[in-house]
Write a protein that binds this ligand. Structure first.
Ligand SMILES: Nc1nc2c(ncn2[C@@H]2O[C@H](COP(=O)(O)OP(=O)(O)OP(=O)(O)O)[C@@H](O)[C@H]2O)c(=O)[nH]1
Ligand SMILES: [Mg+2]
Length: 444
């Protein structure tokens, strides 16, 4: 599959399917104004000029289709850097479909997913990081994802990449000069310093990759522990409503259940699981197997220890199987006297689900565990593609630092290429572009 042509005029419905107060149909390309003139009649018979807003009606041969507001943008001052027309009609599916058909009958081609943004990229109005941030913004379900997309759109990631690129380019230039004047050599300060600075910047960005992924995709949070530990009660307390059945009979929850919640701006799927114990009951046993599996794969597991019950060897065994970086120990039923004193050499977060105590501290601990140091960083790396390219750049710089000049020069050349793939300002493979833009919706 090749990239679509860039110089014809495309059209699409830009608003979400379904009914809405307003719907928007977009046109981009050289015939946008001509097509708009054929289907739109401004109230005072004005001629469409760039940068203006018009009120009037959209008509076909048989008469008025709907009232409309029209926004006009002349190249290069538009989203795509081409001539663009936006037709705002009432947001009914029949109206929008009819206007779309009319645009096509006057010569516009139906746009492919992301084609407007692709044109903005190819025409140099935005770089690839910004294009991907558009997609991230459209898909943002949480405050942290929105915030991160806004940073990408405002070019702060592109600026960071530019600083890294400048340092590598400087060293690369110095090495080239040495080939011409070998007796001069490259001083330490003109070689090690900029490359190490680039490495520090890359590491800083890479340290936010996990947080960025979580902001975008959400995190899976498992609640695990023995029967009656208070898992379902804690889930309900975190959610603020009764989602899971609670009872004093051990083994109440036999299957797992998932519930969405937002915690400190992070989208989370909380998973209540069956209490872990040896059991003859086949159904319960399969719930226990699922619980262990969920804990092993979750981004974070909360292991609950009942304050009113002595921990058993089984508790110690499960806790030992949990990675400390991906688990928290919770002392549940903290309103009851704690009957034990054993230490697990890890912090214990005291929570009472029935009294609602300790929940804020637990939420803070969850968010810190998931987002970590990245919470102090403004910008997070949220794309796997960017992280891969940065890791590659990092490896090549490391390689250059320990290589002789001629090989170092080749490494840095390749590092610059890997970096340019992120912003798309180098030789970017068509497949990469197709892959990125295929994830967009039509009309964006
Ligand atoms: N005092 C007190 N009792 C609690 C608290 N949390 C839960 N309980 C009680 O402990 C019992 C078990 O609670 P659940 O939430 O059903 O425990 P669970 O871990 O989901 O149990 P299973 O589903 O059987 O694995 C119930 O009687 C709850 O009322 C708490 O914070 N304080
Ligand atoms: Mg339960």
């Amino acid at each position: 599959m090749a990239l679509p042509p860039l110089n014809d005029t495309i059209t699409a419905i830009a608003t979400a399917p379904g009914t809405g107060a307003i719907g928007v149909i977009r046109l981009s390309g050289p015939d946008s104004f001509a097509i708009a003139t054929q289907l739109f009649k401004p109230k005072n018979k004005q001629v469409l000029r760039p940068g203006k807003v018009y009120y009037g009606a959209i008509c076909d041969n048989e008469g008025i289709i709907d009232e409309a507001i029209v926004l006009s943008f002349k190249a290069p001052h538009s989203y795509t850097a081409q001539d663009v027309i936006e037709l705002q009609t009432h947001g009914g599916p029949a109206v929008l479909r009819r206007v779309l058909e009319l645009s096509q009958s006057h010569g516009a081609r139906l746009a492919k997913p992301g084609e407007f943004t692709l044109r903005a990229f190819v025409n140099g109005r935005i770089d690839l990081v910004q294009a991907e941030s558009v997609l991230e913004m459209v898909n943002a379900q949480s405050e942290s994802a929105r915030r991160n997309a806004a940073h990408g759109l405002s070019k702060s990631l592109s600026e960071q990449l530019h600083l890294i690129q400048t340092d590598i380019t400087r060293v690369y230039g110095n090495l080239q000069a040495v080939f011409d004047y070998p007796e001069e050599g490259v001083p330490e300060s003109e070689y090690q310093t900029p490359l190490n600075r680039a490495l520090t910047r890359i590491d800083q960005l890479l340290s936010t990759a996990k947080a960025g992924q979580i902001a975008q995709k959400g995190a899976r949070l498992a609640l695990v522990g023995k029967p009656n530990a208070g898992k379902s009660s804690l889930l309900n307390a975190l959610l603020g409503y009764q989602r899971s059945i609670v009872s004093n009979i051990p083994g109440t929850t036999r299957d797992y259940l998932e519930a969405p919640l937002t915690l400190k701006g992070i989208p989370i799927t909380a998973i209540d699981t069956a209490g872990i114990r040896e059991t003859e009951d086949l159904i319960e046993a399969s719930g226990v197997t699922a619980a262990k599996d969920i804990a092993a794969h979750a981004d974070l597991s909360l292991y609950l220890l009942d304050a009113s019950q002595e921990p058993t060897p089984e508790d110690f065994e499960v806790i030992a199987s949990l990675e400390p970086s991906r688990s928290l120990l919770v002392l549940s039923k903290a309103d009851l006297p704690q009957v034990w004193t054993q230490s697990f050499n890890r912090p214990l977060y005291k929570v009472s689900a029935t009294k609602g105590e300790g929940l804020e501290e637990l939420k803070t601990a969850i968010s810190e565990k998931l987002i970590g140091d990245a919470s102090s960083s403004e910008l997070w790396l949220s794309s796997e593609r960017h992280a891969q390219a940065l890791k590659q750049t990092r490896d090549l710089i490391e390689q250059a630092l320990s290589a002789p000049d001629d090989l170092a020069s080749l490494d840095l050349e390749e590092a610059l290429r890997a970096l340019a793939e992120i912003t798309g300002r180098g030789d970017i493979a068509e497949e990469t572009l197709e892959h990125i833009f295929a994830n967009f919706c039509v009309g964006k």
